[in-house]
Write a protein that binds this ligand. Structure first.
Ligand code: SF4
Length: 509
């Protein structure tokens, strides 16, 4: 911690509230709601906020107590007027997502508990996305996709994004790719709703002002049968990210900063609500990066208030009516953190924890063997655009193998069609080729989670990798002795150009 205490200190305001000032969260459920907050916390959480007032319609007009966004989301979907942290609720689920790695297990629970001939509660609210172990000869992995297909055919599931031809992903027009990005691109992420999924990074969808959280197969089996889930209302920590974002900083740096500050257990079963001028300035894809990694701090969910950026993104993606909710000005927050982003420097998370934060420039002595750009965290169109920007600025070739795995088929297409700004009309794919990167691979989770041994770009040797993914635990990308440095696409591209962990300012300024 000491080696990077400087950066963490200057990015926090003086009146920051440290979690360690408060009662441990695990005492929460046993305390009565009225006694839940200490006097000190109450004084901190009732500070006036500059946030927009709540606009939740009838619910707001009728409640007698103030609520956070997440509390309102869960109140609405449990058909209650008012809820408090720690309360257990039966919540009506708007969307259940499952994928090839967990779906067969959830289907098994559903069949076991509801019967072989049971029907899912709503064929239009179940979204099934094969994405994890797709481009592999592994028979068990292939069988998982077959299981999903059989189930979706049997149940007439409306949103099943199938892949049959594993040799050519483009021959599968329905195939999307990484579930969390596909969910957004296909319009399943909508403000004011509840989305649960059998994948821990389901929290990504909180970027849309949705309650979005990963659940286990047992819960998912029950949701398949009933459309309901029993949830405990999490308390909310508010992160106010203000200041102009420097041109060498991306949302990945913001979330690494936050996790480094509160630790990988700092938000266990809590909501992480992100507000502030820096958050408001983020695109939807960058907001998704921010919410994607709340689970790395233990967060139950992350949320960002919906605004014009959200509505613009959704315009051509859904016709479903949605109704955003916002935290009341007087809502109670467990803690508030304030960060001045204008002073943030590019960060990495060193092996083997997403909370092992360090300044990129402090790690320049770390030689690397490869770079990986991909995943639900760092495999979106804008992530590749950011990497291309660094390659373009340098005009050099990469010094280590640089693997590119677009999250979805749409992202892959974007790499070949969208001109990179100030490039004279070049696409990302052309810039990557000029820089000597690997050809963009078939969209999927790829090597983010290791996968079968024949997975493209899997870490099969004990190598050092700079990666735009979200986890760097031992073995995460394959080899248990591999070392993964989590970084932004800027930092990943800069590191590819030098062969060691590199601050992107070396190329962007
Ligand atoms: S890209 Fe990685 S983190 Fe994201 S869903 Fe796939 S395996 Fe999980």
């Amino acid at each position: 911690m000491a080696s990077f205490s400087t950066s963490s200190t200057y990015c926090l305001s003086k009146n920051v509230v440290f979690l360690s000032d408060f009662s441990p969260l695990n005492q929460f459920p046993t305390q009565s709601p009225r006694r839940r907050f200490s006097k000190k916390i109450v004084s901190m959480i009732t500070q006036p906020s500059s946030r927009m007032p709540a606009t939740t319609g009838s619910v707001d007009l009728m409640v007698k107590s103030w609520m956070t966004m997440t509390e309102k989301l869960l109140a609405r979907t449990s058909e209650k007027l008012h809820v408090v942290p720690g309360e257990n609720l039966w919540v009506n689920v708007d969307v259940l997502m499952t994928n090839d790695i967990t779906g067969p297990g959830a289907i098994g629970v559903f069949k076991r508990e509801f019967g072989e001939n049971a029907k899912v509660w709503d064929r239009e609210k179940v979204v099934v996305i094969p994405d994890h172990y797709i481009f592999t000869a592994d028979e068990r992995a292939n069988r998982n996709v077959d299981t999903l297909r059989d189930f979706c055919n049997e149940q007439n599931i409306k949103y099943y994004y199938d892949i049959k031809d594993l040799g050519n992903f483009q021959a599968n027009p329905d195939y999307k790719g990484v579930c969390h990005i596909a969910l957004a691109q296909e319009g399943h992420c909508r403000p004011g709703e509840v989305l649960v999924g059998t994948d821990s990074h389901t929290c990504t969808a909180g970027a849309f002002g949705q309650f979005a959280s990963g659940i286990g197969n047992t819960d998912a089996g029950f949701v398949l049968g009933t459309g309901k889930i029993l949830l405990k209302v999490p308390p909310t920590i508010r992160f106010v990210l203000d200041g102009e974002i420097p041109n060498y900083i991306l949302a990945k740096d913001l979330i690494l900063q936050v996790i480094g500050e509160i630790s990988v257990a700092g938000a266990t079963y809590k909501t992480m609500e992100f507000v502030g001028t820096a958050v408001e300035s983020l695109t939807m894809e960058e907001r998704m990066t921010l919410c994607n990694m709340v689970i790395e701090a233990g967060g139950k969910n992350g949320v960002i208030p919906a605004d014009k950026t959200t509505y613009d993104y959704l315009k051509d993606k859904t016709t479903v009516h949605y109704e955003p909710v916002y935290s009341d000005e007087q809502a109670r927050f467990l803690a508030k953190y304030h960060f001045d982003i204008s002073k943030l420097e590019p960060l990495v998370a060193k092996p083997h924890s997403p909370g092992n934060r360090a300044l990129a420039r402090e790690c320049e002595d770390v030689k690397i063997d490869r770079v990986y750009i991909g995943s639900c965290t760092g495999g979106k169109t804008e992530d590749f655009m950011a990497a291309a920007k660094v390659f373009l600025a340098s005009g050099k070739k990469v010094k280590v193998p640089t693997f590119l795995v677009p999250a979805t088929q749409k992202v892959w297409m974007d790499l070949y069609t969208i001109p990179v700004p100030e490039s004279g009309g070049k696409t990302c794919s052309q810039i990557f080729e000029d820089a000597g990167c690997d050809t963009p691979a078939s969209p999927s989770c790829g090597a983010c989670m290791g996968g079968p041994r024949d997975t493209h770009a899997r870490l099969n040797e004990p190598q050092v990798c700079v990666s735009t993914t979200n986890r760097n635990f031992p073995g995460r990308m394959g080899h248990k002795e591999g070392q993964i440095y989590l970084a932004s696409p800027y930092t990943a591209a800069a590191s590819a150009l030098t062969g060691h962990v590199t601050d992107p300012r070396d190329f962007l300024q």
